[in-house]
Design a protein around this ligand. Structure first.
Ligand code: F6R
Length: 235
């Protein structure tokens, strides 16, 4: 695991964006696994800027997102978040975007997405880190699931994400890529933002033990992981 400690969130996003844009330059038809939330926003802005400046071309790129709420309003969906914060501002064809549909039957969506992951390999997976160690929405538990599945969100996750909802009410369930889907990506870049991640980040960086109680520790099983975090979080 490669660990890059930065002076600031801005530096983290610069390095994260460089890794993504570098991979895209090498492979224009890159399949990019994407995350939502506060962490990737700075990276997405840099991707938008690069596209506007003509130094990045997403016309052949494909994406798949880690997760989506089940049964949420369209305005609260992760799909809308991604449209607003990335997809509507870069030249990616809409048909190249794979996403769980929050309006569809979740079980059918899971079958569809499991098929997608059988036929496609993510080239670069971007991850954030949940305050409880979740990656995607693979929440700490006694067991973790390998494939795409419906998950009941942990209390800590609902609390952390309430700020994104006008009424503060976060859906109980989400569809998430499983741990196997994440670990099958050819390379993984995890960016860590925020004080609330300090403890789980230290759990990840201070030993190579793996525990389902801190799902991010499974990244130790992968041979090409880069963790980018502010130095102040590990000091
Ligand atoms: C979001 C996702 C989550 C977030 C994590 C951190 O698609 O999969 O694992 O990456 O909850 O969220 P932020 O970045 O808001 O702290």
């Amino acid at each position: 695991m490669k660990v890059i400690l930065t002076q600031s969130y801005e530096e983290s996003t610069q390095i994260g964006a460089e890794l993504i844009l570098g991979a895209l330059a090498k492979k224009p038809e890159l399949l990019l696994g994407l995350a939502t939330g506060a962490t990737p926003l700075g990276i997405y802005q840099r991707m938008i800027d690069a596209c506007r400046e003509g130094v990045a071309d997403f016309s052949r790129a494909r994406t798949v997102n880690l997760d989506e709420y089940v049964g949420c309003l369209a305005e609260n969906s992760y799909r809308k978040f991604m449209d607003d914060n990335l997809f509507d501002h870069i030249n990616i064809p809409k048909e190249n975007i794979a996403f769980a549909d929050h309006t569809a039957d979740p079980e059918q969506e899971i079958l569809r997405l499991r098929k997608f992951f059988e036929c496609n390999t993510v080239d670069l997976q971007l991850l954030g880190l949940g305050p409880n160690g979740h990656i995607g929405f693979n929440e700490p538990d006694e067991v973790l699931e390998a494939g795409c599945h419906v998950v009941t969100l942990a209390k800590a996750t609902k609390e952390a994400n309430a700020c994104w909802f006008d009424d503060g009410v976060v859906p109980d369930q989400a569809i998430t890529m499983g741990m196997g889907d994440i670990l099958r990506a050819k390379s993984i870049v995890m960016v860590v933002k925020g004080e609330s991640k300090r403890e789980v980040l230290r759990g990840l960086l201070e030993s190579d033990c793996i525990t389902t109680r801190n799902p991010a520790t499974f990244l130790h099983l992968h041979s090409d992981v880069t963790v980018i975090a502010e130095k102040s979080l590990v000091g």
